[in-house]
Design a protein around this ligand. Structure first.
Ligand code: EPZ
Length: 418
């Protein structure tokens, strides 16, 4: 197992460019199965979760090829409708494939994707939505069987604006006869990007980005060439790296309009921010005030995927903050590790009360999931002494060359074998 060795206390300064969004690319890869023509996803990040999703596509007969940083996908000859158990348990987003396989060949088989360190992650909303499309869903021996030969458009209401359930239902509906009206849909930018991609392929879909999405099923979808949106969570992570070290960081090739919740929380509190069309700049304060309250919400609220990272920032704020994690049941695994670094945090159910300390100190800490791992790296950049972050393969799931990008900003960080 590999680990990061980080020597804290270095201000980060300079420019860093973010990759295309992991959570956009994973949905686009799943949707590429909906056509038998060539799909090209431009500037595809070669991160672990993307590679895992590509392996799942290959396991059902999809042909893929990396060409100069783009991924070419040929789903003309799908040979299987079953998502392999080992691969399905590797990444949550495997469940999105059910909708696209159903849309394309009208039947699918999968296992329940595993829960993970951040919560139970049930799929009841996915299953209810597919059943509302008249897909016959049966469970036997840990497998779920989907029969969509009589699927038809319908009105579907999500009890919760689940990102994955919204994406799954969209992908199942675009090739299904009739009109589907999805209400209480997720509004994340990744949903808008998926709808844009499907429209390029010839889908009839409107309302993405709002809570009501309308889809009119078509007979066939064409191939497409598409560029995913920038990764707003990676961009936020680098912005917080500038804030926690009191440095001056410019994040390029990002989309500040997708980052309003973070910007409004830290601008003038942890640093001075200037946002432009596709770059954002922060001049971090030497000692920053606390943000007081963070409550994670569905987009456009504060993103749960930046909760661990801002928790790390608040550990060294001047004051006390409360972070409420409304999206996942157990997304405070990073707290145990931050306490090893001298943080002063109390967790009560969904709330973490963080009393800022003068500074953290180095320790050996473990990454429980990719965002918790990123948070521990941020803490290590600030802490006195050397911090060892183990289990960095979790970070590699969603951050491409994370340590190299931080080193380019002046961080003292290196990857070594455990
Ligand atoms: C997506 O996960 C993202 N993953 C997550 O990013 C992100 O944290 C999450 O959306 C919320 O923004 C991908 O896009 C691959 P949800 P998803 O369904 O779709 C509950 C990262 O770090 N729920 O919106 O699984 C669920 O338990 C990852 O990049 C049900 O109850 O999230 C959670 O409490 C982590 N039943 C809430 O909804 C369901 O059927 C939000 O989950 C589905 C979800």
């Amino acid at each position: 197992m590999e680990k990061f060795l980080i020597e804290g206390g270095h201000k980060l300064n300079g420019e860093v460019s973010v990759c295309k969004a992991k959570n956009c690319v994973l949905a686009l890869l799943a949707a590429s199965v909906l056509t038998d023509e060539l799909v090209i996803i431009k500037d595809c990040p070669k991160i672990a979760d993307v590679v895992s999703m590509i392996n799942i596509l290959e396991s059902i007969g999809v042909k893929t090829k990396w060409v100069d940083g783009d991924i070419h996908i040929d789903s003309s000859n799908i040979t299987d409708h079953e998502i392999p158990e080992t691969l399905a348990k590797e990444i949550r987003s495997s469940i999105f494939l059910v909708g696209s396989i159903l849309g394309r060949i009208k039947h699918a088989k999968s296992v329940f994707p595993g829960g993970c360190e951040i919560g139970l992650r049930p799929i009841d909303l996915h299953l209810k939505g597919l059943k509302d499309l008249n897909v016959i869903v049966t469970e036997e021996g840990g497998y779920i069987y989907f029969d969509g030969k009589n699927a038809r458009g319908n009105n579907i209401h999500l009890d919760f604006p689940s990102v994955g359930a919204t994406e799954n239902i969209i992908m199942a509906a675009v090739l299904t006869n009739g009109v589907t009206v999805l209400t209480n849909a997720a509004k994340e930018p990744e949903i808008v990007a998926l709808a844009d991609f499907l429209q390029v392929m010839g889908a009839k879909i409107g309302g993405a980005g709002s809570s009501t999405i309308i889809i009119e099923g078509v007979k066939k979808l064409n191939g497409a060439v598409f560029t995913p949106i920038p990764d707003r969570i990676s961009a936020g992570t680098f912005l917080l790296a500038g804030a926690i070290t009191g440095g001056e960081v410019c994040v390029k090739n990002c989309c500040p309009k997708h980052m309003s919740a973070l910007i409004s929380k830290i601008d003038g509190v942890a640093g001075d921010i200037k946002a432009y069309r596709n770059e954002i700049y922060i001049k971090g304060y030497k000692k920053h005030k606390s943000v007081n309250l963070i409550e994670t919400q569905p987009y456009p609220g504060f993103p749960t995927d930046l909760q661990a990272q801002i928790t790390a920032l608040e550990c060294v704020a001047d004051g006390t903050s409360i972070v409420v994690e409304n999206m996942f049941e157990t997304r405070f695994k990073h707290v145990t590790e931050l306490l090893k670094m001298g943080a002063d945090i109390t967790v009560r159910d969904r709330a973490a009360i963080i009393r800022g300390v003068k500074n953290l100190h180095g320790a050996q800490v473990s990454a429980s999931d990719l965002r918790a791992g990123a948070a521990l790296v941020l803490a290590g950049l600030k802490a006195e002494g050397v911090t060892e972050v183990i289990n960095v393969k979790q970070i590699d799931r969603g951050y491409y060359n994370f340590e190299e990008r931080l080193r380019s900003l002046g961080a003292s960080i290196k990857r070594v074998d455990n």
